[in-house]
Design a protein around this ligand. Structure first.
Ligand SMILES: [Fe+2]
Length: 296
């Protein structure tokens, strides 16, 4: 009798220990999956404007920093996610092509989004570093995409007039053979040369570099769409929004998300780029959806 009770007690203890270890392993596996989760997520932002009539809206899908990375066969995962959003406009904000990878991933992506809706593109730094940026711009344009090289276009969507400007990545000063471009010393000069906003129109700037937000603010764009920061690579949700980003260093201010300064809004996509040297943690690749919603 005493022996039976002892055995039962021991068995119960063993079972309890097994359950505890099972829970610990399950939590660790769950944490690891969450940390390295690589499925594309959709990040949705709403920007209100009194320049747009009440009840009216425009939807922009922003894609940044693909770096020719594949997401599914023929890029079907990313293309399906974009189509699901029913965008009115697609904004490609640079580094769609990479300087160290074959451009085939970018080509299949461009082929896949062809004809979905009006699409705009600006240059990123890796595309400049490839030394092939003129070729890349021609290639992008060959898919019916509007390449914005320090210029803007006006388009009317759902009865809303939008002016969309795009600025080259400032790396062109270093690498360009064009004397006029080399003579400039900053992207501010490029913007000065073409920006002349009608403030009754809703004005959007596509610019690869978010760290230049303070400078963009002098022009009075309603919305800036950007990328480049890769979400700060490693995030701790709710605590640290990115550990490191190019041109911003440690704990970047504009790693990814929505920023409002001086009544101007910038949305920074965390993008799609994968870096073999540093994994993305708590930082899944994202399709950004921006709804400009009227409150006028
Ligand atoms: Fe970049």
């Amino acid at each position: 009798m005493r022996k039976d009770r002892f055995v039962t007690k021991r068995t119960r203890k063993k079972r309890r220990r097994l359950i505890i270890w099972g829970c610990v392993v399950a939590v660790l596996v769950g944490l690891l999956i969450w940390m390295f989760y690589g499925e594309i997520v959709v990040k949705h932002y709403v920007v209100n404007s009194d320049k747009v009539s009440n009840g009216n809206s425009v939807r922009i899908v922003v894609i940044a920093d693909l770096h020719s990375t594949y997401y599914g066969e023929n890029q079907q995962d990313i293309i399906a996610k974009i189509k699901e959003q029913n965008p009115d406009i697609i904004a490609l904000v640079g580094d769609i092509v990479d300087d160290n990878r074959s451009e085939s991933g970018a080509i299949e992506f461009l082929e896949g989004i062809r004809g979905i809706c009006p699409t705009y593109y600006v240059l990123g730094n890796h595309e400049v570093w490839s030394g092939q940026w003129e070729h890349i711009k021609e290639m992008v344009a060959s898919y019916g995409i509007i390449v914005l090289t320090n210029e803007s276009e006006t388009i009317t969507i759902n009865g809303i007039e939008l002016c969309i400007g795009g600025v080259d990545d400032p790396e062109v000063f270093e690498y360009s053979t064009d004397e006029q471009i080399r003579a400039m010393s900053s992207d501010e000069e490029m913007l000065d040369a073409f920006v002349s906003l009608n403030h009754n129109t809703y004005n959007i700037l596509l610019a690869h570099r978010p760290e230049r937000f303070e400078m963009y603010q002098k022009y009075g764009f309603d919305l800036v769409l950007s990328g480049h920061a890769h979400g700060g690579q490693v995030r701790i949700p709710g605590l640290i929004n990115g550990i490191m980003a190019p041109d911003q260093g440690l704990f970047p201010k504009y790693a990814g998300g929505k920023y409002v300064e001086n009544s101007q809004t910038m949305i920074v996509s965390r993008g799609f780029g994968l870096d073999e040297r540093m994994p993305r943690l708590f930082n899944p690749p994202e399709v950004v959806v921006v709804d400009i919603v009227g409150e006028g």
